[in-house]
Design a protein around this ligand. Structure first.
Ligand code: PLP
Length: 418
């Protein structure tokens, strides 16, 4: 069953006591509408909204229902501008540079649809990128005769310079664009995107940052970052409603975007044209998710962005210590908030084999079905990884529950019983 022996439990990484803040008790679970009994450790994929955000969204939908003409013709456009302004203040840019979209996927498709690529050009990515993003660019490159180069990053990540050097070593005179995550999906690593932007700019290469894990989790200062495009979802760490995200595009880059859905391309309310008209209105629908983004920013700022990150990082660190002790496998990155923040992805031993195609991994299934723990088990570089996301509603007891259940499953796998 195990290709390599599964190590016995070790506690050597559990060195210091972990003083958890009482933040999760103060603004924890009661602020969310999570199912009773559920241990939710996947805010990084699908981040539920706290009650004030749900209420804001419901109030906006009620407003739409009360008079749709008034909402779409008079209320919507100023409200969208205010939302972009508020989001811009949170992200270190002007609202003018932000276009609201449903999610990072739509944003990345807007860039892929419009970015100029000719036969022989190259787009450079790395092997920690999100599968759907690689798929978007593979398809786009194939259609234009360009090539997608996926550069493997070093085996262990210990130096930002080494990451940047390794990535840029794969850039050639044909490279037109670098697509890179701010925080990676399978490995939950914070990448040195500022350095990547500076080095790429010096070589005349554009950069599109795939940033859905960053807003609220780490500081995002878009203008200072000086990237060409930044795409993100707000329904992850910011806890805005599902279906809210943005594309950042400074003025010179906006003509390199194309809509995913073509509609009127003009103002419904009769105001002067705006570069976002082409993207905002993709036909009639409820825009409450976008317009409730300011409520999510209010919520996290009232809690304190620092307090949130501290709480979540301590929990992620605790998970790192406990899971590494259980598996005996070294984490991918050093133990520092410079490398991982509110979520941590850890390698699992070889006895955790691949899933059967078309099925969730049996370990993920077991954790949910036997323990009501929602957590992703992902495949990356031929190994299974478990990614623990921590938010305000999580607490140390849930990490204990996870590691206990994981320990039981690994013991059964070692004995050949899974
Ligand atoms: C790095 C990364 N990019 C893009 C996405 C896509 O985000 P969404 O599904 O919100 O469009 C995800 C989703 O988890 C992600 O982790």
């Amino acid at each position: 069953m195990c290709a390599a022996p599964c190590p016995a439990r070790k506690n050597r990484l559990l060195t210091d006591p972990l003083p958890f803040s009482d933040l999760s008790a103060a603004v924890g679970r009661a602020a969310w509408r999570l199912q009773p009994g559920l241990t939710y450790l996947n805010h990084g994929s699908f981040g539920p909204s706290p009650r004030p955000v749900l209420e804001a969204r419901q109030a906006l939908t009620a407003e739409l229902e009360a008079n749709p003409m008034d909402f779409y013709l008079r209320r919507m456009e100023p409200a969208l501008a205010e939302t972009a302004e508020r989001l811009g203040r949170f992200l270190g840019t002007s609202g003018e540079n932000l276009c609201l979209v449903d999610n990072a996927t739509v944003g990345m498709n807007m860039v892929a649809n419009g970015f100029p690529l000719a036969a022989g050009d190259e787009v450079l990515a790395n092997d920690h990128e999100y599968g759907a993003v690689l798929r978007i660019w593979r398809r786009r490159c194939a259609r234009s005769g360009a090539g997608l180069v996926v550069q493997p990053l070093p085996e262990r990540l210990q130096s930002p310079d080494e990451i940047v050097d390794t990535l840029l070593a794969a850039a050639t005179s044909k490279t037109r664009l670098i697509v890179v995550s701010h925080i990676t999906s399978p490995t939950a690593v914070i990448l040195p995107v500022g350095q990547i932007c500076r080095r790429a700019r010096a070589r005349g290469i554009a950069v599109c940052i795939d940033g859905p894990h960053a807003p609220a989790a780490v500081d995002v200062a878009l203008d200072r970052l000086d990237c060409d495009f930044y795409t993100a979802s707000c329904h992850k760490w910011l806890s805005a409603p599902f279906g809210s995200g943005f594309v950042y595009a400074p003025p010179l880059n906006r003509r390199q975007l194309e809509p995913v859905v073509v509609s009127w391309g003009g103002s419904l309310g009769g105001r002067p044209p705006d570069w976002r008209d082409e993207y905002i209105w993709s036909g009639t629908r409820d825009l409450a998710a976008w317009l409730a983004v300011p409520a999510a920013i209010d919520f996290i700022e009232q809690v304190g962005v620092r307090a949130f990150r501290d709480h979540a990082h301590r929990l992620a660190r605790y998970a790192r210590q406990k899971i590494s002790a259980l598996t005996g496998l070294e984490p991918l990155v050093p133990d520092s908030p410079d490398w991982y923040g509110v979520m941590i992805s850890l390698p699992l031993p070889d006895c955790v084999g691949p899933p059967i195609e078309g099925h969730l991994h049996p370990l993920q299934k077991y954790l949910w079905e036997q323990h009501q723990i929602e957590i992703p088990v992902v495949n990356w570089r031929g190994r299974r990884w478990i990614r623990t996301s921590c938010h305000l509603y999580n607490h140390a007891g849930e990490i204990d529950r996870l590691t206990e259940a994981l320990g039981e499953w690994l013991a059964a796998a070692r004995a050949g019983g899974t």
